[in-house]
Every structure is written in structure tokens, then in C-alpha cells.
Write a protein that binds this ligand. Structure first.
Ligand code: NAD
Ligand code: TYD
Length: 392
């Protein structure tokens, strides 16, 4: 064989290997999956008629925004949509996030745990077609104190959901994951791609990565119709004021110190929750089974830059910034390459960071009762435990 032919063969073999084992998707299933099982009415599986949706963790920040989206004017099929919200109502779940829902008659709340297999099975029997799983313990700092809680909900809970969903022949399962599963980037490195190896650094991100691998195994072993999404840091209405942006907005409004970890130069990519919800809805309708989609906001900033933007918009002094000891294992930088969801589904973020931040600050000013109730409740104990010594 000539050297040219050899090179051509080697290239073809490489391409064939890539086609069989693309690391940006969940690999090919070994078994076909039959979407219309005994419990399910006969419906076409083209994504256009998904109306009965189980949202788990829908009383939290992103889940409640997604339910508002599903029943709001941006969803042309909202009138046909029936949303079940299964939520355990942990400290982060808040039914106040859902009081002013449009089309309340199309919405039902179920108080319960995704780890409760019997409950999940009973819900799926009523003809649920798709599941969008937001339920999770979501705060990195809390995962440092109680990693077991994170494993229970974020790993065991996902396995319970997957297994019940498979038994009931659910037609699509969206696992809402995070860019944190990829670990940390150096300053000049390109953004995370879907085929970037998983390298989680906190108990939170490790539990999310474990769940992603379970989802992958259900697709690969059973042909279960799952999709994984990995989004960057969200901000917007109804975010629990323990995360950077709502904590700093509300502390600044109260003229309290803003506790910036380390040198304040860690970088995150910020996305308005509304843009994330639009991406999730598109993926629900048009995303291909077995795919992983990264979602990003083109909003890379250091924590110090974000803090200064908040203080500027609010007209508050920089003297409110207080540097405190760093978070253990603190990831230095996240950045997202979302060219896949852009190229395949035509999604890109609508809002620029400054505009999104101004709107979010306006929301927290207009919803003072909402966040004051949280900050004066059980959250006070966590704040004291986590920041008490550091802020002295
Ligand atoms: P959140 O903490 O605000 O809400 C989580 C919700 O899940 C709460 O309503 C809580 O009561 C519920 N829950 C917790 N354990 C449960 C259980 N065992 N059974 C049923 N419900 C349970 O979180 P969030 O910020 O809205 O994040 C939602 C999802 O999005 C999470 O899976 C998170 O990993 C992912 N995510 C978040 C971000 C972000 O910036 N917030 C970014 C990317 C991905
Ligand atoms: P956070 O909102 O907890 O999101 P994540 O850790 O999941 O990215 O934190 C965002 C960034 O802000 C992160 O680099 C840690 C930093 N941070 C502070 O500097 N001070 C704080 O009080 C908090 C909560 C976060």
C-alpha cells in the first residue's frame, strides 16, 4: 500500500471511530427503546405534541422560571401544556415563586422527593410524556458541609427518576446539569466543549457529574431517550440569596458587607435564567436524544467585576466589598463554548450582561418582601455558620 493510501485508510478509520464513539454525545444505544409502552397512549414521537410535562425541582430558582416560561406567552402551545411540579421543598424550594402563574389551571404541585420511587411511579402512570429534572442540592458551599445530601438527591434521586421513567416509557428526559462538571480552566484556555473531559472539583459538581454518567448509561444500555444540558451560572428572578449575584444585591441594598472570596478574580460565565429557559424549551422540542448541549451566556467576568457592576448600578460605595478567606477547592475559571446548540438548534443568548443585571436588580428592589422573608428565616443560621467568623 502506498503511503498516501495508508494515510487515507488511517483517516477513514479515525472518522469511523469518531462516528461510533463521539464524546460530545452519549454514545449509541445497544437496545431499541419503545416509546409507546402499556401505560402510554399512542402519540407520535416528533416532539411537537409534548404536553404532559413533569418538572422536578420546579419550586426552586430555574425550575420555577421554566414553569413560568412553559405557561407564558413565549410558548405557543401553552394552552395545551399540563405541568406537574414535583418538589421536596427543601430550604431552596419556595411556592411563592409560583403564585402568579399564568394558566394556573394547567399546573399541579406535588410535594415529594425524587428519591421516593413509589411516588415517582404513581405520577408517571398518569401519562407523563417528558421529564425535565431540575431537582438538586445546588450550592457548592453547602456541599462542603453536607456532601451526603448532595449524593442522595443529585445521584440516587436521578437514578430513581431514570429507572421509573424507563419503566413507563417516557419519551424524553432532560437532565439539567452544569458546566461545573468540567472542572476549572486556566486563564487563556478555550471554553468547555461537550467533549471536554469531566473533572469535577467540589462534592456538588462531582454529584452532578455522577448523575450525567448514570444518564449516559441509561441511554447506552437501554436506548433511553435522554439529553443532558450543561449551562453556566444563571442569575435572575427568584434566585435564592445565597448565590453570588442575589446575595450581593440584597446585602448591598441592606448596606451590609459583600464577602468576596480569595482575590475576587475567579471567573464565571453569567447567563440570564430566561435565556437558559428558552434553550431548555428548544432542546425539549427539537434536541436529539443522546446529545449533550452546553449553554452559555457570553458573559465572562471576574467576581470583582460583577461586584463592582452591582455596586455601580445601585449607587453604593466600593467600601462594602470585604475580602474573605477563599472557598476550599475554588474553581478558577469557567467558560462555555456553546457553538453546538447554536449550530444545531439556532439558539443563542438574547440579553447582554449589563442589561440582564439591571433588570435583575430592579426585580430584587421590587420584591423586597420575597427576599427579606428568606433572609430572616432559617437561612440566617447558614449565613452565620458560613460567614460569621470570616466577616469578623
Ligand atoms: P435551587 O437550589 O434553586 O432549586 C432546587 C430545587 O430542587 C428546590 O426547589 C428544592 O426544593 C428541590 N429539591 C431538592 N431536593 C429535592 C428532592 N430530593 N426531591 C424533589 N425536589 C428536590 O437550584 P437551581 O439553581 O434552580 O438549579 C436547578 C438545577 O439546575 C440544578 O440541577 C442545578 O444543578 C442546575 N444548574 C444550576 C445553575 C445555576 O446557576 N443555578 C447552573 C447550571 C445548572
Ligand atoms: P456561586 O454563586 O456560589 O456559584 P458557583 O460557585 O456555582 O459558580 O459563586 C459564584 C462565584 O462567586 C464563585 O467564584 C464563588 C464566588 N462567591 C464569593 O466570592 N462570595 C460569596 O459569598 C459567594 C456565595 C460566592
Amino acid at each position: 500500500m502506498s503511503r498516501l493510501t495508508q494515510a487515507r485508510w488511517a483517516r477513514k478509520a479515525r472518522e469511523a471511530r469518531k462516528a461510533v464513539d463521539r464524546p460530545d454525545r452519549l454514545d449509541r444505544p445497544n437496545r431499541p427503546y419503545e416509546p409507546n409502552g402499556p401505560d402510554q397512549p399512542d402519540r407520535p414521537n416528533d416532539g411537537s405534541l409534548f404536553v404532559k410535562i413533569l418538572v422536578t425541582g420546579g419550586a426552586g430558582f430555574i425550575g420555577s422560571n421554566f414553569i413560568h416560561f412553559l405557561l407564558g406567552p413565549e410558548n405557543p402551545r401553552r394552552v395545551d401544556c399540563q405541568v406537574l411540579n414535583l418538589d421536596k421543598l427543601t430550604y431552596a424550594g419556595n411556592l411563592e415563586n409560583l403564585v402568579d402563574l399564568p394558566l394556573p389551571e394547567n399546573y399541579q404541585f406535588i410535594h415529594g422527593d425524587i428519591c421516593d420511587g413509589k411516588l415517582v411511579e404513581s405520577l408517571l402512570k398518569v401519562g407523563v410524556e417528558v421529564i425535565v429534572n431540575f431537582a438538586a442540592e445546588s450550592h457548592v458551599d453547602r456541599s462542603l458541609y453536607e456532601p451526603d445530601l448532595f449524593i442522595q438527591t443529585n445521584v440516587v434521586g436521578v437514578q430513581v427518576l431514570l429507572h421509573a421513567a424507563m419503566r413507563h416509557k417516557i419519551k424524553k428526559f432532560i437532565q439539567v446539569s452544569t458546566d461545573e462538571v468540567y472542572g476549572s480552566l486556566t486563564p487563556a484556555a478555550p471554553g468547555f466543549r461537550e467533549d471536554t473531559p469531566l473533572a469535577p472539583n467540589s462534592p456538588y459538581s462531582a454529584s452532578k457529574a455522577a448523575a450525567d454518567l448514570l444518564v449516559r448509561s441509561y441511554f447506552k444500555t437501554y436506548g433511553f431517550p435522554a439529553i443532558i444540558t450543561r449551562c453556566s451560572n444563571n442569575y435572575g428572578p427568584y434566585q435564592f440569596p445565597e448565590k453570588l449575584i442575589p446575595l450581593f444585591i440584597t446585602n448591598a441594598l441592606e448596606d451590609k458587607p459583600l464577602p468576596l472570596y480569595g482575590d475576587g478574580l475567579n471567573v464565571r460565565d453569567w447567563i440570564p435564567v430566561e435565556d437558559h429557559c428558552r434553550a431548555l424549551h428548544l432542546i425539549l422540542e427539537k434536541g436529539r436524544e443522546g446529545e449533550i448541549y452546553n449553554i452559555g451566556g457570553e458573559g465572562e467576568r471576574t467576581n470583582l467585576e460583577i461586584t463592582e457592576m452591582i455596586l455601580n448600578i445601585l449607587g453604593k460605595p466600593k467600601s462594602l466589598i470585604q475580602y474573605v478567606s477563599d472557598r476550599p477547592g475554588h474553581d478558577r475559571r469557567y467558560a462555555i463554548d456553546f457553538s453546538k446548540v447554536k449550530g444545531d438548534l439556532g439558539w443563542s443568548p438574547c440579553y447582554r450582561l449589563h442589561e440582564g443585571l439591571e433588570q435583575t436588580i430592579r426585580w430584587y428592589i421590587d420584591h423586597e418582601e420575597w427576599w427579606r422573608r428568606i433572609k430572616s428565616g432559617a437561612y440566617r443560621d447558614f449565613y452565620q455558620k458560613h460567614y460569621g467568623e470570616r466577616l469578623k
